[in-house]
Design a protein around this ligand. Structure first.
Ligand code: AMP
Ligand code: FE
Ligand code: FE
Ligand code: ZN
Length: 288
């Protein structure tokens, strides 16, 4: 079984429509794909409608969360799988995050414009096309005007977290987000816990606390993880009875990685499903 549990469509900051993403997942030989757009479930319906024979869809989202440390706030991404998308608390939090992304995205654009960089608010909103605004959309505007040759190059310079155009947004507290997903019947899994700066916040003590309030898993195999990070997260997952998952974190041509580049084992997916309430089961494509 080829299972890739973390991908993005144009409903957030990927470049393939949800329908195109389902076709690409089948063409990549996947049996199961997780659609986990940032802070929205808007892509789910189009993905379900386009599901090819032989492909199963796990519906989810990737929440932008934060952990407050004494001296700084650390950004952590939380995947929520198979929760009830009509849950009022989740709907309200997604709505807040989308507004937060809009204001913060426009603030970044304004800083660049004030510095003489010829992009515009309307250009970025057109690129986002109704999706929650993310830095990759601004990166594509910078590519359009020829400032950089790729979104990755934009992230290494203009969009960097420590760069002069960085504007923070008010993300959900991580514990709150875990509770939200659990209360909506889903399974919360921390995305790329050793990806960038997360290790400062995601100590074994915090992961134990999160496991106690319902955290279901940790992403182990992710393109941003090195061998030492994978070994460490595998050990933490075993210690706290958490499911280890794997995924590509595919974003279309906003990033250079491929669908199915990293995979989740079948038994891990079954364990994740067993930790949900069953309110939103995986959906299989039509029979062949
Ligand atoms: P934001 O959510 O607006 O803060 O932007 C961060 C998003 O950009 C995350 O979803 C990342 O997957 C994506 N991202 C981060 N680094 C890169 C990169 N080097 N190239 C393309 N996308 C990136
Ligand atoms: Fe993203
Ligand atoms: Fe992420
Ligand atoms: Zn992601």
């Amino acid at each position: 079984m080829r299972i890739d549990l973390h991908t993005h469509s144009s409903a957030s900051d990927g470049t393939d429509t949800p329908a195109a993403l389902m076709a690409l997942a089948a063409a990549a030989g996947l049996d199961v794909v997780g659609l986990t757009d940032h802070d929205t479930t808007d892509g789910w319906a189009a993905a379900v409608a386009a599901l090819p024979a032989g492909l199963t869809l796990v519906r989810g989202t990737e929440f932008s969360t934060k952990v407050q440390l004494p001296d700084r706030s650390v950004s952590v991404h939380l995947l929520g799988y198979l929760f009830d998308p009509t849950d009022p608390a989740i709907v309200a939090e997604h709505r807040r995050l989308v507004q937060e992304r809009l204001h913060r995205g426009l603030a970044i654009v304004d800083l660049m414009v004030a510095d003489g960089i010829p992009i515009s608010r309307s250009q970025v909103l057109e690129i986002a096309a109704g999706a929650p605004v993310g830095r990759p959309h601004i990166g594509r505007a910078l590519v359009q005007i020829g400032r950089v040759s790729s979104v990755t190059e934009a992230f290494d310079s203009y969009l960097a977290g420590r760069g002069s155009y960085y504007v923070p947004k008010v993300d959900t507290d991580l514990r709150t987000a875990v509770r939200l997903v659990v209360a909506a019947g889903g399974a919360p899994v921390i995305a790329h816990p050793r990806g960038r700066g997360e290790y400062r916040a995601l100590t074994s003590a915090l992961i134990k606390d999160l496991a106690d309030i319902g955290l279901a898993g940790l992403e182990v195999d992710h393109p941003d993880h090195d061998a030492a990070g994978r070994a460490e997260i595998t050990e933490l997952a075993d210690r706290f009875d958490l499911v280890g998952t794997g995924s590509s974190d595919y974003h279309g041509h906003n990033k250079t990685l491929q669908l199915g580049e990293q995979l989740t084992q079948e038994k891990s997916l079954l364990q994740l499903i067993s930790r949900t309430s069953g309110v939103n089961a995986p959906i299989a494509g039509p029979l062949q």
